[in-house]
Write a protein of this length. Structure first.
Length: 81
């Protein structure tokens, strides 16, 4: 990416690299969108492998492991069917 001293200077050079800027902005957006979140000190959910939230309170009765809220909700929905 390029830094400019002013908006006027940026506008003057936009024609030279406008397409490159759009491509790089799209790359940065994709990297941010698909980046996996950092693990918490609780570790990862054994079902979906996403980091456990700090407020996770769901324990699997069968194995005693913590699972994330989303997997707990999906399990509850499955049991109600």
């Amino acid at each position: 990416l390029v830094r400019y001293c002013s908006d006027e200077c940026r506008q003057d050079h936009k024609l030279q690299h406008g397409e490159d800027c759009k491509k790089r902005a799209a790359q940065l957006h994709d990297e941010l969108l698909f980046k996996q979140p950092e693990s918490s000190h609780l570790g990862d959910c054994p079902i979906c492998c996403l980091p456990l939230p700090l407020d996770s309170k769901f324990v699997q009765i069968c194995c005693g492991k913590l699972i994330c809220n989303g997997c707990a909700h999906a399990n509850k929905m499955r049991e109600e069917e």
